[in-house]
Every structure is written in structure tokens, then in C-alpha cells.
Ligand binder design. Structure first.
Ligand SMILES: Cc1cc2nc3c(=O)[nH]c(=O)nc-3n(C[C@H](O)[C@H](O)[C@H](O)COP(=O)(O)OP(=O)(O)OC[C@H]3O[C@@H](n4cnc5c(N)ncnc54)[C@H](O)[C@@H]3O)c2cc1C
Length: 402
């Protein structure tokens, strides 16, 4: 404990000396922040020096080994660091699928050469990654994927189509699942491969949704030449790597919408209660006037509290070196379904003011609330739908028969 407290004070000193004052309290909504890449954009000009200083210290990826550009911190130290950053209202210096998905998977399955090639670039925010899993006929049934990779000497020639590739138009590399053995049982003919998006034959078209712009893209490969050395894990052994990455992805999504979301307590209770007081009103005793709403808020808060304790338990297991396994499905399904209920409740509380999309009749917070409510629906689909998570929990956690 004494060591941790010493680390806390060192971390605070370093943050005070290195985090630009101008970014304190910078409000970034969900999925915003510095994603890095060959053509990075910054929400604020001082996010650039913030990224550079944090990367030099290894604190963009605090728990990764220092030899690959990480901070070499223990999980307990990393938790202290994030507590100090939260206390100082500092935005993360870097976000993205490099840090949350492919990085941890490279640490697990990458060769020494692959780790040295890719991890430092992720830590420095030089390369932005996207995920090429889903195809037009392979979503929940991912193992049916058809994107073909045919061996040609020391390369594979890749041809096929991926869909719903979030931010492919802004990304530099893609981690993709390809079929290398069409004769094998479907899970056994899949290879996990890393592809530079600048390779000849890669094309990306953004997909527009009914709500306008979207992060989604279609990504096509037309005889794209990719070195066999870019295979992560073994040829035809990609399913194991793919599942491990999904474990990291589900943990990341669960963390984004985990137990602390929207639960900051003020003097008079939770953020939900404060919102209800503002829109619905309270009686002379300070109680919300709408009894049904009181019940719904209490239920959501109790569920969030129960979930928080379960997450804490898993956090302790992680400190002991436990990698996320099929039980990450439990966190993913619960966090995203809870967040759907919470955002729905917020819209309900705001009444007609909760349904604004644009125009003068709504303030910025109200417009954001509508978007958060709709975006929450996607969270229970990406990384595998809630129904698929329930199937995984039934089969692989509870051991129930098919
Ligand atoms: C916001 C968002 C971001 C995404 N980003 C990416 C990305 O970057 N890269 C990428 O590769 N993909 C991405 N996806 C795609 C995502 O992985 C798929 O949408 C998801 O796996 C579901 O596949 P599908 O859309 O083909 O739906 P389907 O598989 O067609 O499913 C349709 C419905 O049927 C249900 N269903 C299907 N099979 C079963 C079953 N066996 N038992 C019970 N119910 C079942 C599903 O739960 C769902 O409700 C993203 C999706 C979203 C929403």
C-alpha cells in the first residue's frame, strides 16, 4: 500500500507537470478522443503534446511492457493512474482499437518481431487500426466468413468483402479474418491476418445510415498481396485468436458502458435522480413526484450497483493474471443492456425534450441525449449481439447442452 501511495504522488506530480492545463475538463462524448494514425486529428491543439508526452512516458498503454512502448505498470498502479487522471479531469491521451483490441491480442499471440513492429506504433498513436470480421453473410455466424486468402509463395492473395468495418476510411491497418482452407470444418479453415490499408487492391466505401453519416464502411479486397509473415497465430488457427480478440473487445465495450456510467453522485443522489428533479420536479420532502419514475430509477441504480460489485470481483481476478475468457460475454451483455435501459430512462424523464434531433427547441445536452439513446442500441449488437452473448454464457460458462 505504501508503494502504491508513493506511486500515486509521483503520478500526480508527473500529470501536473506534463498535462496541458488547456485540456483539463475537455468534454469528449463517447468514441471521441485522439485515435492517432497516419493522419491524426485532435479535438484540441494541445491534445497533440499531451499524446506525445504520455507516449514517451509509456502511459498511453500503462500496463504494456516498456520494451514495446508501454508503461510497465502493474494493474493496481494503472488503476491509481486512471484515478488521478479522473480526479484532474484529464481526457485519455489516446483511444482506439489498437490499444483495446489488436494490441492485447498481439501481446498474447504475436511473434517477437510482430510485437516489436506494431506495439510501439500503437503506443505512439502512429497507426490506427480497424476490425475486418463481419461480412454480408457472416455476422453472428462469423465462422461462415468467405473472404478468401490463397497462398502465393511467401504471400497470400486476399479477395472478398467485409462490412460494418467501423472507421475503415480513417484507418491505416486492418486486422481481418480470412478463409485459408475452404475444405476444412468452418472454424478450422480461418486465419487471422494483419493488412496495411495502403496495399494495392484495398478499397473502402463509407455507409450512410438513415440518421446521416455513420462510422460504418464496406471494405473490399481485390487480390490484395499480404505477406504470410503477417499471420497472427498459425495458418488455419485464426479462430482461437479471433475469439481472444472478441474477449478483449467485449471487455472494452463493457468498460465503456460499465457500472460507473452516469452514476456520479451529487448531494441529492445520482445523475438520473438529478435529471428527474430538473424535468419532473420534487415534492416538499425532496421526493420525486412521479412514484413510477422513482421505482425505475431505484431499480436501475440497484442493478448498476450489483454489476459494479461483479466487475470489481473480475478486476481482482485480472490482477492475478486471469485473461478475459467467455465470461466477458456476461459483462458485455449486462453493461450494454443496462446502458440501453439507462439511456431510455433518461429520454423518458426528459419527455418531449428527450426526442430532439436538431433545431432551436433543444439545448446541446438534450440533443446529445437523443444521440446517446440511439447509439446505445448499436452497443448490444457490435462485438456480437446480446442473443449471441447469452448463447455463449449458456454453453461455455454454464455448460448447458445445445
Ligand atoms: C455499432 C457497430 C459497430 C460495428 N463495428 C464492426 C467492425 O468494426 N468490424 C466488424 O467486423 N463488424 C462490426 N460490426 C458488425 C457486428 O459485429 C455485427 O452486426 C454483429 O455481429 C451481428 O451480425 P449481423 O449484423 O450480421 O446480424 P445477424 O447475425 O444477421 O443477426 C440478426 C439478429 O438475429 C439474432 N441471431 C442471429 N443468430 C442467432 C442465434 N444463433 N441465436 C439467437 N439469435 C440469433 C441476432 O442476435 C440479431 O438480433 C459493428 C456493428 C455495430 C452495430
Amino acid at each position: 500500500m505504501a508503494d502504491l501511495e508513493r506511486f500515486r504522488s509521483e503520478a500526480r506530480q508527473w500529470l501536473e507537470a506534463n498535462a496541458p492545463k488547456s485540456i483539463v475538463g475537455l468534454q469528449l462524448s463517447e468514441m471521441e478522443g485522439t485515435w492517432g494514425g497516419r493522419n491524426p486529428t485532435f479535438d484540441h491543439p494541445d491534445m497533440k503534446p499531451w499524446l506525445e508526452r504520455a507516449a514517451e512516458k509509456g502511459w498511453t498503454a500503462p500496463t504494456w511492457p516498456a520494451e514495446y512502448g508501454g508503461g510497465g505498470l502493474s494493474r493496481a498502479e494503472a488503476k491509481v493512474l486512471s484515478q488521478e487522471m479522473a480526479a484532474m479531469k484529464l481526457p485519455p491521451p489516446l483511444v482506439g482499437f489498437g490499444l483495446t483490441m489488436i494490441g492485447p491480442t498481439l501481446l498474447q499471440f504475436g511473434s517477437e518481431e510482430q510485437k516489436r513492429e506494431h506495439l510501439p506504433k500503437i503506443c505512439r498513436g502512429e497507426i490506427r487500426w480497424c476490425q475486418g470480421y463481419s461480412e454480408p453473410d457472416a455476422g453472428s455466424d462469423l465462422a461462415s466468413l468467405q473472404c478468401r486468402a490463397v497462398r502465393d509463395g511467401d504471400d497470400f492473395l486476399i479477395t472478398g468483402e467485409k462490412v460494418w468495418t467501423s472507421y475503415a476510411d480513417l484507418s491505416d491497418w486492418i486486422f481481418a479474418l480470412v478463409r485459408t482452407d475452404p475444405e476444412a470444418k468452418k472454424q478450422e479453415g480461418i486465419t487471422f491476418i494483419l493488412i496495411d490499408m495502403l496495399s494495392e487492391g484495398v478499397s473502402v466505401s463509407p455507409i450512410s445510415l438513415i440518421s446521416g453519416k455513420s462510422p460504418f464502411c464496406e471494405t473490399r479486397f481485390e487480390s490484395v498481396r499480404v505477406p504470410v509473415a503477417n499471420v497472427l497465430g498459425t495458418i488455419n488457427g485464426g479462430w482461437t485468436v479471433a475469439k481472444a480478440l472478441l474477449g478483449h473487445e467485449r471487455s472494452m465495450i463493457a468498460n465503456l458502458f460499465g457500472p460507473s456510467t452516469g452514476r456520479k453522485k451529487g448531494k441529492k443522489g445520482s445523475a438520473l435522480a438529478a435529471l428527474a428533479r430538473a424535468y419532473v420536479g420534487e415534492d416538499a420532502d425532496g421526493q420525486l413526484t412521479d412514484a413510477a419514475l422513482r421505482h425505475a430509477i431505484a431499480q436501475t441504480e440497484m442493478d448498476a450497483r450489483g454489476f459494479g460489485l461483479t466487475v470489481q470481483r473480475a478486476g481482482d481476478a485480472a490482477k492475478a493474471g486471469h485473461q478475459p475468457g467467455p465470461e466477458s460475454s456476461l459483462f458485455k451483455v449486462y453493461a450494454t443492456e443496462l446502458n440501453k435501459r439507462r439511456t431510455e430512462l433518461m429520454v423518458r424523464i426528459a419527455g418531449p425534450q428527450g426526442l430532439g434531433w436538431e433545431g432551436d427547441g433543444f439545448d446541446a445536452e438534450e440533443l446529445q441525449r437523443t444521440r446517446d439513446w440511439l447509439r446505445a442500441r448499436g452497443n448490444s449488437i457490435e462485438g456480437g449481439t446480446s442473443e449471441i452473448q447469452l448463447n455463449i454464457i449458456a454453453k461455455r460458462v454454464l455448460g448447458l447442452p445445445d
